[in-house]
Design a protein around this ligand. Sequence first.
Ligand code: NAD
Length: 330
Amino acid sequence: MKIAVFSSKSYDKESFESHNNGVQFKFYEANLNLDTVKLAAGFDGICAFVNDHLDADVLEKLVANGIKMVALRCAGFNNVDLAAADRLGLKIYRVPAYSPQAVAEHALALILTLNRKTHKAFNRVREGNFSLERLSGFDIYNKTVGVVGTGKIGGIFAKMMKGIGCEVIAYDAYPNDELKKAGIEYVSFEKLLNKSDIISLHCPLTPETNHLINAKSFAQMNDGVMLINTSRGALIDTKDAIEALKSGRLGYLGIDVYEQEEQLFFRDLSESIIADDMITRLISFPNVLITAHQGFFTNEALSQIAVTTIKNINDFAAGVENNNEVVLQN
Ligand code: NAD
């Protein structure tokens, strides 16, 4: 199989090459979109990531270029037009679970950093400033943590927070019995918003969850609440989050994903003019912590992504059934 890898970085190349098993990869740094789709000509399949465009127009061009399969090297598939893929007979595969622990641990890192301000302490001490002024935080112990979506990542995160000694409440249409046994209470979305000191989002981005957190949901939250999003940017209406930060309703915001991240994340723009006024406004708040979609970024996760993606490609080539195929649900 000849596979064109889009949006690739040095670490993707390294991990794919060290786990390769007969696949011919060509690594492109370019993001997949209508302008770059021609790079896929002459390949059997493509490998894509979270911000690649897999809308109907791009999928049609891929198929016209001879592409038969798409191997997503991520769990989420919100960027793929599944109806168009189905119509075109294009097979889509993903990596459903590589290291849910990695993302859950990153959510915890955002909480601890925002709360205890270790990022600010680090900079202060390096400059010889040993003052504690404005560095105080709060005990996480005994606080109420609301988990939205208790699948693989949310479930691990909920248990972690329980381990720290928090009251953990959750919202999911499909409650998990193991979590209930561990003392995690399922509540309505409204109650979760209303009761939580910390809210962490772990549900997928779908048409129903787009802007799940908006002005109406901020109005139901406690003053000074901490909101963490390691799932997908568009779960939060960024404009409404900025208003909630300005009013003080939102006390802390920790995000690893951002609604308009496609033009920013995974690039070094330190010498560029950033045209996105919302991210620059977010960066200006002292109580906002942004990381650039690195929740998945551990050695274990990179290895697992490479191993599963290569297996998905080889299974497709061999015509072997594979549970990682993303199938259109009617
Ligand atoms: P999962 O499918 O195991 O779990 C998702 C859960 O969300 C399910 O239990 C589902 O019932 C629930 N859900 C669906 N709609 C909901 C709604 N409206 N309200 C509440 N719950 C709802 O997925 P996962 O592996 O735990 O991943 C969760 C998300 O994390 C992914 O969709 C992906 O967007 C994101 N993710 C981010 C990174 C990162 O690097 N930051 C890495 C991997 C995954």
